[in-house]
Design a protein around this ligand. Structure first.
Ligand code: ZN
Length: 239
């Protein structure tokens, strides 16, 4: 076995490492995470708006309630005065009646507004419950996704450690120059992470080019472990 066949073993380990990294990079959960996070931000914003809305409506409702109690007090005071035994002339009595009537009307109007506000507050409460439920559900979603990512991260990290260990164990049997040439070609774009290729029937196993016969003869004449590269794709050729 020449070190060149060891180079193919190294390539197999490197491709397995690439696949492990790709698995992590292309994990659907990694794309899903920012989507869920953005959704949670939206839900939080809607929830906050609903809570603020509720505070403001409650304030309005409280203010109306105070106005109504004031009217009720005014009406009571007027009634007390009316029956206090103070004599009143006809004009005074009529004016008293009119003002009582006005207060009653105002009270009804305010109470109607209050009812509308209470209904609006009920609707806001329903909105708050919906958003709170959505928020809780999105939290469960986010935690589940983070768990999946964390699990795959650990698996990939262990796999990469194992592959790196195997690579270290065999790489010492490959001359530095061959390994660095292989690494260099492997790192280039459009090489599919492959820095080595099998030479068979005069063809490069990667780019499939047929070597010119002169080149081929030269290669066959060179020592078995000589560093040979494909004239087209520059991959290290393994005979
Ligand atoms: Zn080639």
């Amino acid at each position: 076995m020449s070190f060149l066949s060891t180079l193919l073993d190294i390539q197999a380990l490197d491709l397995a490492s690439d696949a492990a990294r790709t698995r992590l990079e292309t994990l659907p959960e990694r794309e899903a995470l920012p989507v869920v996070a953005a959704k949670r931000v939206e839900i939080s914003a809607r929830l906050e708006a609903a809570l603020a809305d509720r505070v403001s409506r409650e304030g309005e409702e409280g203010e109306l309630g105070r106005q109504v109690s004031q009217i009720v007090k005014d009406l009571e005071a007027a009634e007390v005065e009316r029956y206090s035994g103070k004599r009143k002339n006809q004009d005074e009595a009529a004016s008293h009646k009119a003002s009582q009537q006005q207060l009653h009307e105002k009270q009804s109007a305010l109470e109607e507004q209050e009812m509308e506000l209470l209904e609006a507050i009920e609707e806001i409460d329903a909105r708050i419950r919906t958003e709170e439920a959505a928020h809780a559900a999105s939290q469960v979603d986010q935690e589940r996704i983070e768990q999946v990512i964390g699990k795959v991260e650990m698996e990939v990290s262990a796999e990469l450690d194992r592959l790196a260990g195997e690579r270290r164990a065999i790489m010492t049997s490959v001359p530095e120059k061959v390994l660095s040439t292989y690494d260099n070609v492997r790192g280039q774009a459009q090489k599919g992470g492959r820095g080595a290729a099998i030479l068979a029937d005069g063809r490069c196993g990667a780019c499939r080019i047929k070597l010119p016969s002169l080149e081929r003869t030269k290669m066959l004449a060179s020592p078995e472990d000589a560093l040979l590269q494909c004239p087209q794709c520059r991959r290290v050729l393994v005979r």
